[in-house]
Ligand binder design. Structure first.
Ligand code: ATP
Length: 234
């Protein structure tokens, strides 16, 4: 469905990604794990069109994507849920969710779908008139995901959804991701929390200083000695 072929990205003279190739098939959950600065966010930005590829190509369903503008990429259904719960703090929960539908062509069912989203996220429903900036960290992360879902993603890209959250909330987010998987959603998950990411994924790519150091079945990587030493704290 989505393919990165030998993608390199430079910031000035800094090579942030070097010959990165990845493939995401429909219905899969793929994770990208790696240390700080490994290039995880840059990979998402390249897919979203927020940084340009220096070399290489990105394709969505066999159409070249990497020369499109970020807005066009969102319209094609590649939706990024940003790191650090970047919701609009001065807008209500409801308004934040509505914003997620801004670029949708089919506006007809949005009210009904917001209702469905609220039944999936009862805590957001209770707080629909509350300003998003006053939500807890976990609630803001849920809101960011809800805002992503109302955009009707073909691929939902989650950037560090566990960042800075307490273990119980992380479990809740993991449950939500599993529900989305059951519904057939294609998910690209970026995580420093490699154990969580691998447990939730079908396959994973491990980035080290801008290159794919390791890739494969997530279960296999969970049992890999190098992964255990370097990323899984065992
Ligand atoms: P983290 O988990 O800390 O967010 P990451 O794996 O997402 O890290 P990136 O943010 O993609 O890593 O960064 C990859 C490399 O590119 C790093 O060396 C970083 O310093 C560099 N980099 C990222 N953004 C810029 C920028 N705007 N200008 C210059 N260098 C950048």
């Amino acid at each position: 469905m989505l393919k990165l072929n030998n993608v390199s990205v430079k910031y000035g003279n800094v090579i942030a990604l070097e010959n990165v190739s990845m493939e995401i098939n429909e219905g899969e959950t793929i994770s990208i794990v790696g240390a700080n600065g490994a290039g995880k966010s840059t990979t998402l930005k390249a897919i979203s069109g927020l940084v340009k590829c220096h070399t290489g190509t990105i394709e969505l369903e066999d159409q070249l994507l990497h020369k499109s503008e970020p807005e066009a990429i969102v319209r094609k259904g590649i939706i990024q849920v940003p790191e650090g719960r970047r919701v609009f703090p001065q807008m209500t929960v409801f308004e934040n969710i509505e914003m997620g539908a801004t670029l949708r062509k089919d506006k007809a069912n949005i009210a009904k779908e917001i209702k469905e989203i609220f039944s999936r996220f009862p805590r957001l429903k209770e707080r629909s008139k509350q300003l998003a900036g006053t939500l807890s960290g976990g609630e803001q992360q849920m809101l960011a995901i809800a805002r992503g879902l109302i955009a009707k993603p073909k691929i939902l890209m989650l950037d560090e959804p566990s960042l800075g959250l307490a273990p119980l909330i992380i479990e809740e987010i993991a449950r939500l991701i599993k529900e989305l998987q059951k519904g057939g959603m294609t998910i690209l998950l970026i995580e420093q929390n490699a154990r969580m990411a691998l447990k939730l994924s079908n396959r994973a790519y491990v980035l080290e200083t801008g290159r794919v150091a390791l890739e494969g079945n997530a279960q296999t990587l969970l049992n890999d000695d190098f992964m255990k030493k370097a990323y899984l704290g065992a």
